[in-house]
Design a protein around this ligand. Sequence first.
Ligand code: ZN
Length: 171
Amino acid sequence: MTAAMGGSVTATVRAAYALPSDVALHESGHVVGDIAAGVSIRSVEIDRRSGAGLVRVGVSRHVPDLWALLVAHLSGLVAESFFTGGNLQSRECADLAHAREVAVRLLGMTDRRSIDVLVSEANVAAWRFVCENQAAIAPLAYELDERGRLTGAECKAIVGTVTAIPARRAW
Ligand SMILES: [Zn+2]
């Protein structure tokens, strides 16, 4: 009941403001997060009908900043929540699983509670990042909806300057 009501409210708001699709917002959040983390984007594509999306990244010569990478893994879900007002924490398990893998690499251990704490912290950082970069994420999402696929160069041209992912306060 609650979920159905939430869905219809979201649909109404979406129609009134002509928001981009969920998948376009989600993948745009990843793209902007990846750019900020120094990951090179090869392409991004979405299928609005199935709701599937994919960001292809290049092989980078430098070791990425794992904290920034962790935040970028969460920025897809967070961008979707941020723009639509939905709570999607349980929806896309693949992103959370990837985030947890990076957290394990960062911590050098697999203690469940420590991983939970780090991923929660990264989630807060991802909200801050998406909030600060909403003016980059939204136009990318509209363009992605329009064209279905964008190259990395096209993404960079649309996104412009991205605010860096803030460093973690203490280790
Ligand atoms: Zn994702």
